[in-house]
Design a protein around this ligand. Structure first.
Ligand code: GLU
Length: 590
């Protein structure tokens, strides 16, 4: 998933590259590297671990350079495999985000032509392929065009050539943005990385090859010059800073009332026209946290009498599990809009006859451009790897979509009323932070836990379990309460706590019965509930009462509560909360 950056201008490149790299570190952080062009040639520095701007003591001078922070896909995590990569003559330095499927064949061919490789990566192959094209007589842009024409798979690359001092960017399937300054130009995997320097950006399209100069860019596509719109990013620099919070995750959790309010008010006249206004089937396709938002959408729409609804794991869509619908609407959800699995799943559904609607937080992202329609969450940039405010704003969009598709019904009416209450209900939930802190710290003693719920809290059990895994390294499993006795009960004992999400609805008595059964097996019980009941107090180690949200939308407050519990649990264990091990935020590889 790697982050790539580049700078060409009048100022020292290194500080700009490092601080931009730090802002794309969420994309991967197992190693990093920079290359700066100066009178000595191309100087390179690589290191295993995440970028540490304060401690990165690199003496390079020069006003042109590239950088990379890696999430290894081909080749182990090592200094040797860290980017930038070079050709044989060290004329070409290259950083790459993506996966080259035919890298073995290319490597064999290039080795037979006499190229020597110094890393195990697929990325290095691209540098040698460009070198080969240059030695065949091409100049850099032509060489990159010819080389990328032979690549199968995905790439966003920035290439630096020593002799001509030129920089070229190319992409297919992996994101890249070019920022325009005054006599200087920036490159990054996404816009927040260069926001402190410029708000004017160009998004190259798949297949574009761009010569980047201090004056801007010349973009070519299939050998012809093309122009791409210059867009203005309306995000603010303060949104990508910690603002006094210990971690981005905590800041983003506390931003939720505002993010929800912004998402509601972004569509004052209601959601835009949908690609299908009267579907006969709605399917949600997503991965990870966004998948759980889809499950909430499914819950809110289920049994509406007008259309059927289901949710699919986007990466499981190799075979589309549906017959051709007459009016099918596929809703693909992706925070970054670049999630490779979700894009592939959405494309599969499109081929199967569904019209597609993207729900994403990033304007002009790949999914936004590919879908038949798009609805944006207005959460602002999210920096922590674990999604928080993008999830709750996705829930808001799910509720707004449910109300729209069930328009004219009582359910739609009460949903709209409940949506309006959400910013305040979430605010009230945040005010209970001390309670979540002490419960979260308590849970830091355990390595395993179950999280149970029923009906409207069931998707939250999955999302809460994901947060406990990511942030607290607790092996947490979200289970429908009724399923516990069909197997997982075997694992219940004094060291396996159960976190129960008990909503004030028709299921609460059944949940209570389950809690008694758990208590009889000596497992500690933690309860989050908006239904104060004495009987719960009798069985639980700890009960936290949440504000009540109507219309089946309790997921919002239960989620916020579990985010804070997992946050404080991870913090008590002194874990790297904003950058959990082995993860990356925007999962752009399939
Ligand atoms: N395939 C490249 C590597 O392993 C880039 C990985 C990525 O962009 O995720 O170094």
């Amino acid at each position: 998933m790697c982050g790539i950056v580049g700078y060409i201008g009048q100022r020292e490149a290194l500080p700009i590259l490092l601080s931009s790299l730090e802002r794309v570190t969420y994309r991967g952080y197992d190693s990093y590297g920079v290359a700066v062009l100066n009178g000595h040639g191309i100087e390179v520095f690589k290191k295993v671990g995440a970028v540490d701007v304060v401690r990165a003591d690199i003496p390079f001078k020069g006003s042109t350079g590239i950088g990379h922070t890696r999430w290894a896909t081909v080749g182990a995590v090592s200094e040797r495999n860290a980017h930038p990569h070079f050709d044989c003559t060290k004329q070409i330095a290259l950083v790459h985000n993506g996966d080259i499927d035919n890298h073995r064949d290319l490597r064999e061919r290039l080795a037979a032509q006499g190229h020597t490789f110094t890393s195990e990566t697929d990325s290095e192959v691209i540098a040698h392929l460009i070198e080969q094209k240059l030695s065949d007589g091409a100049e850099l842009v032509e060489a990159v065009e010819a080389a990328t024409g032979e690549l199968e798979g995905s790439y966003a690359i920035v290439v630096l050539e020593q002799t001509t001092r030129r920089m070229v960017v190319a992409r297919r399937g992996s994101p890249v943005v070019i920022g325009l300054g005054d006599g200087e130009t920036y490159v990054a995997s996404d816009a927040p990385a260069i926001l402190p320097y410029t708000h004017r950006v160009i998004y190259p399209e798949d297949g574009d090859v761009a010569l980047v100069t201090t004056a801007g860019v010349d973009i070519r596509h299939n050998g012809s010059k093309v122009s791409r719109l210059v867009r203005t990013i309306d995000w603010d620099v303060s949104q990508i800073e910690k603002g006094g919070y210990e971690h981005f995750m905590l800041k983003e959790i506390f931003e939720q009332p505002q993010a929800i309010r912004d998402t509601i008010t972004a569509y004052p006249a209601g959601l835009p026209r949908l690609p299908v206004e009267n579907p006969d089937h709605v399917v949600f396709a997503a991965c990870g946290t966004s998948l759980h938002a889809g499950l909430v959408g499914e819950y809110l729409m289920a049994g509406n009498g007008k259309f059927t609804v289901s949710t699919v794991v986007a990466s499981e869509m190799a075979v589309v599990p549906f017959n051709r619908p007459s009016a099918g609407l596929a809703i693909a959800i992706s925070q970054s809009g670049e999630t490779a699995d979700t894009i592939a799943g959405m494309n599969g559904l499109s081929e199967a006859g569904f019209k597609t609607l993207a729900v994403t937080n990033v304007r002009h992202s790949s999914i936004a451009r590919l879908a038949n329609g798009v609805i944006y969450t207005t959460a602002g940039p999210e920096v922590a790897v674990a999604s928080t405010k993008t999830f709750t704003t996705q829930l808001v969009i799910m509720a707004m979509l449910a109300a729209r598709l069930m328009d004219g019904t009582e359910r739609a009416k009460s949903l709209r009323e409940a949506i309006r209450t959400l910013p305040n209900k979430v605010q009230q939930t945040l005010e209970l932070a001390d309670e979540f802190k002490s419960a979260g710290e308590d849970l830091a003693r355990f390595n395993n836990m179950f999280i149970i719920g029923k009906g409207q809290t069931r998707p939250v059990t999955l999302e809460a379990a994901l947060k406990f895994k990511e942030i607290s390294y607790v092996h947490a499993e979200g289970v429908p309460a009724g399923e516990l006795k069909h197997g997982p009960f075997a694992l219940l004992e004094a060291n396996t706590p159960v976190l129960a999400l008990v909503a004030d609805d028709a299921h609460k008595m059944r949940m209570l019965t389950t809690l008694r059964e758990i208590k009889a097996r000596n497992a500690p019980i933690y309860v989050l509930t908006d239904a104060p009941m004495h009987d719960v107090e009798d069985v639980a180690t700890r009960v936290i009462i949440l504000p009540k949200v109507e219309a089946g939308l309790a997921a919002a407050v239960f989620t916020v509560a579990s985010q804070l519990m997992s946050y404080y649990c991870g913090r008590a264990k002194n874990l790297p909360i904003d950058r959990p091990r082995n993860l990356a935020k925007s999962v752009t590889v399939p």
